[in-house]
Write a protein that binds this ligand. Structure first.
Ligand SMILES: Nc1ncnc2c1ncn2[C@@H]1O[C@H](COP(=O)(O)OP(=O)(O)OP(=O)(O)O)[C@@H](O)[C@H]1O
Ligand SMILES: [Mg+2]
Length: 162
């Protein structure tokens, strides 16, 4: 588990962007945290780091969007649980197998539905500081565990413990 802190939404975008160079085709990021925690802000930064040029918006109403980039980004939001089946119907697993990296907001609830290899990004608010966000990164499975050192290095500006 890697623990990080950011102090503004732009810092959270920078953190997301710094993580992107570690991403590979077929990767899955499950992002959890309360409403307004910063899941979409983090996704915007990650997308920026992948080279996505389109603006990344909350997928709350669109369910799933794909953004072209060197590695395309699939961005989904499973806030409503019934969407899990919709995502499965959309063939997310097949998409992942081929050519993209997927970032799923509220995806932790569906973790078991996906692969056994994923990066869990848990974002928490700080009750004492409005613009502070605490991040816990869980590297689940061999492909992510193998990237722990590289990740600690890439995210060094925000690491508080690992
Ligand atoms: N350090 C920070 N990191 C990220 N966002 C921050 C930070 N400080 C303040 N914010 C604000 O918190 C809000 C995060 O909103 P965002 O839409 O990313 O949340 P979310 O987790 O995706 O919520 P939802 O569950 O509704 O999808 C934004 O208004 C952003 O400006
Ligand atoms: Mg969101």
């Amino acid at each position: 588990m890697i623990h990080l802190i950011t102090s503004s939404d732009e810092e959270t975008r920078e953190l997301g962007a710094a993580l992107a160079p570690l991403a590979r085709v077929g990767d899955l990021l499950l992002v959890s945290g309360d409403l307004g925690a910063g899941k979409t802000v983090f996704a915007q930064g990650f997308a920026r780091g992948l080279g996505v040029t389109e603006p990344v918006t909350s997928p709350t109403f669109t369910l799933v969007r794909t953004y072209p980039a060197t590695i395309p980004l699939i961005h989904a939001d499973l806030y409503r649980l019934e969407r899990m089946q919709e995502v499965i119907d959309l063939g997310l697993n097949e998409l992942l197998d081929h050519s993209a990296v997927a970032l799923i907001e509220w995806g932790d609830v569906a973790a078991a539905t996906f692969t056994s290899d994923y990066l869990l990004v848990r974002i928490s608010l700080d009750p004492e500081a409005e613009s502070t966000r605490l991040f816990q990164l869980g590297l689940v499975g061999p492909s992510w565990s193998a990237r722990k050192v590289a990740m600690g290095r890439a995210l060094a500006p925000w690491v508080v413990a690992s």
